[in-house]
Write a new protein. Structure first.
Lengths: 117, 117
């Protein structure tokens, strides 16, 4: 496996564990599906393989989304934010993004909902 | 200032610095505007004041978005993800979300864009 492009790596502002936040958004509906974490290797694989790959903080290993569940995230686009500590991944999500079976990891726990009327 | 609701605080999985990731999304267009960070106090203010408040990692203090720039984020909704380490904030953004003047902090640095044809 080759390494992350040096010019990209130089723009990353990693946390104490070498990770940046990764927001997965369904490319056509705009739905935010989940937030995961990426180290340099995960971002490199995401950029070069067409499949979103995260770094699992609980298992401390690379985690190619969908390998176990079948709920693959195909990569449509990747953007880095202005201060280099987060990437936005436009994806095409197969099935549920959340391990609970929900489409999005943000479906279940609504802390606040304001009336827009 | 009163504290974050105990039942919400109990569901948060904070990082080593006591923070969770906060994704701000324009409520009507679905555009992801920025990723910031929140401690318990920032989340409490976001839930109770109608204005998105982050914790600034660089300044190590609460940062109510728009107080300096005028680029206020009005809170429309707040959701917590399945593992408690990220919140999704539906906002109504005044002006640019990014300090560079871009609408979104993800506008400027495109790492990958695939043809959807």
């Amino acid at each position: 496996m080759t390494a992350l492009d040096a010019s990209i790596a130089a723009r990353l502002k990693r946390d104490d564990h070498g990770l940046v936040a990764a927001v997965a958004q369904q490319y056509d509906t705009g739905e935010v599906l989940m937030v995961g974490w990426m180290d340099d290797a995960a971002l490199h694989q995401t950029l070069t393989t067409g499949r979103v790959t995260y770094f699992s903080r609980s298992r401390q290993e690379l985690w190619r989304k969908g390998d176990t569940s079948g709920h693959v995230q195909r990569v449509v686009g990747v953007r880095l934010d202005c201060d280099g500590d987060a990437v936005l991944i436009a994806v095409d999500q197969t099935g549920a993004a959340c391990h609970t079976g929900d489409r999005s990891c943000f479906d279940a726990d609504v802390l606040l909902a304001r009336d827009q009327g």
